[in-house]
Design a protein around this ligand. Structure first.
Ligand code: B12
Ligand code: SF4
Length: 463
């Protein structure tokens, strides 16, 4: 096939199929970055967002549960109960499709001009059933149109992704692979505008205008991370640590604020605070100077070791509202063994600086990893207590095993599931690597311990 002229390309953000999913400032940033690059090259781009909570016909759809959104860019997705996939039948919880209904999806496919190409993204590895369902429906509705699948699931489970039903599964950053992809599929790959991969400031801003719900905009000031923690995939997804110019990041924030009145921004960086003089300090100063009445949210954990009195004060003044930090454990041996990104002294110091700057305990969310291979309940409980005692808010982050990480072989050995055969078992809500030392009863008690932040109320079963 050889296509010329203004070609239509349809982008699909697929459903999430899971036991639970919360829109914690989730937007399809990677997909919209590719869309804006193609638009800059005169392609006609359109998006069907299966997660769109604003679809005008949602309320009339049978079986859909709607929920109110929060005003600051997060909230519940619409959802419907669906049958569990066969390998998850034994789990005594309801399984959902989060987002619009398949009927509305088919209708959107009919309403769009027939595309020459469909590009589908993917995020968590264990969300692949929603991706497969979207591809199946596109195939039925648009016979003969090539479908390409990319994103994190493909990057982390490339072999498994070949069963997706897409014509091509593509690994790597979309911006890099797009020219050869267009050449292979459309016979047209010479893009007149191409960014310089080593300079993130040459990328066009993501095409957030394609989203119906513009309640918040995610910002990426960098790609990758200089650390290499044993449980994390960052180094598998990014070859190097690349950063933007902080002034250009501030320009992007003010662009979205002026264009759509956006007041809430979420940072998706793996390492926002690292080498603070290169990014966060100049960025915060510029945000304060611009004085735009915006709020900033960091749902992805930041580095405690980088927190200083100056950064704390600047964050507070700039409107950094949701702050979360990766601590993982108070066991210093394990901190060292898993990558050494933080120690207890960093944590204690950071909390005191943040409080001096004006943050309250309830603002300072500290992620604690739960369900690591061989991990005992005691370690998690001690960490919750430690975090609480030092004046911050413990937040449990259930471990999701990721192929290719240093911890993966141990995860495979320790899991009661065959996690290497089916990514459904990577689902963190299954606690796939938990063992006798951390049973589900203990886990439930740990959850209520974090909620009540009390050592004594109803905690008798905790060893
Ligand atoms: C931001 C983020 C979040 C956000 C939400 C992001 C979202 N949109 O869904 C929040 C904070 C909510 C989140 C939560 C979690 N996350 Co998270 N998250 C990330 C993070 C840091 C960045 C994702 C991102 O947007 N990157 C930037 C964009 C530009 O990249 P991208 O989407 O990959 O797109 C590029 C390519 O993939 C490709 N591409 C994408 N689509 C397509 C399509 C085509 C056709 C092509 C050709 C190419 C292509 O091109 C794009 C541009 O270069 C990643 C790590 C990372 N560095 O990627 C982890 C990551 C995805 N998360 C991870 C984990 C473990 C979690 C949690 C389970 C953590 C926990 N224990 O609680 C939760 C689970 C959430 C849930 N169950 O609801 C793991 C993956 C786990 C897995 N099994 O898949 C990752 C990889 C981090 C890690 N620790 O290693 N996360
Ligand atoms: S510091 Fe954070 S992002 Fe970087 S490798 Fe460790 S867990 Fe991953």
């Amino acid at each position: 096939m050889h296509v010329t002229g203004n070609t239509n390309i349809l982008f699909i953000n697929p459903w999430i199929h899971d036991f639970a999913a919360y829109d914690f400032w989730i937007k399809p940033l990677g997909l919209l970055s590719i869309a804006s690059l193609l638009r800059a090259n005169n392609y006609n781009v359109a998006l069907i967002d299966c997660l769109n909570p604003l679809h005008p016909q949602l309320a009339q759809e049978p079986g859909i549960l709607l929920s109110k959104r929060k005003s600051s860019g997060h909230g519940k997705f619409p959802k419907a109960v669906i049958p569990k996939p066969e390998p998850l039948q034994h789990i005594p919880k309801r399984y959902h499709r989060y987002g619009i209904t398949p009927r509305l999806f088919r209708q959107a496919l009919d309403d769009h001009p027939r595309p020459s190409l469909v590009l589908v993204t993917s995020m968590m590895t264990y969300w692949y059933p929603g991706v497969f369902e979207a591809i199946r429906i596109v195939r039925e509705a648009l016979p003969g149109v090539p479908i390409v699948l990319g994103g994190n699931y493909v990057n982390l489970c490339p072999d498994h992704a070949t069963a997706s039903g897409a014509d091509f599964t593509v690994q790597g950053a979309g911006e890099k692979v797009i020219p050869s992809l267009l050449r292979t599929i459309l016979g047209r790959g010479d893009l007149s505008f191409m960014p310089d991969y080593k300079n993130l400031d040459t990328y066009p801003y993501p095409a957030f205008d394609l989203l119906d719900l513009k309640d918040q905009v995610p910002i990426l000031t960098s790609r990758g991370c200089p650390y290499c923690c044993t449980y994390c995939a960052s180094h598998l997804l990014n070859e190097t640590f690349l950063r933007r110019d902080p002034g250009k990041v501030a320009d992007e924030i003010s662009y979205w604020h002026k264009r759509f009145g956006i007041r809430h921004f979420s940072f998706y960086d793996d390492a926002l605070l690292v080498n603070p003089h290169e990014m966060i300090i100049p960025l915060l100063k510029e945000v304060i100077r611009q004085n735009r009445d915006c709020q900033f949210h960091c749902p992805n954990g930041m580095h405690l070791r980088e927190i200083t009195p100056e950064i704390s004060k600047l964050m507070f003044r700039a409107g950094f509202k949701t702050i979360r930090f990766g601590f993982e454990t108070s066991d210093e041996n394990n901190q060292e063994k898993t990558g050494g990104k933080v120690n207890n002294a960093h944590f204690i110091q950071a909390v005191s600086y943040l409080k001096e700057a004006g943050y309250e305990r309830s603002d300072i969310g500290i992620y604690i990893l739960c369900g690591l291979p061989g991990q005992a309940c005691r370690e998690v409980r001690d960490t919750i207590e430690y975090v609480h005692a030092k004046g911050a808010k413990p937040v449990i982050a259930e471990y999701s095993p990721i192929p290719g990480t240093a911890l993966w072989p141990e995860a495979v050995k320790s899991s009661r599931y065959d996690i290497s055969s089916d990514p459904l078992f990577h689902n963190n809500s299954l606690l796939p690597c938990q063992g006798e030392a951390l049973t589900f009863d203990m886990y439930n008690d740990l959850k209520s311990l974090t909620r009540t932040r009390s050592e004594r109320q109803g905690m008798r079963s905790l060893p």
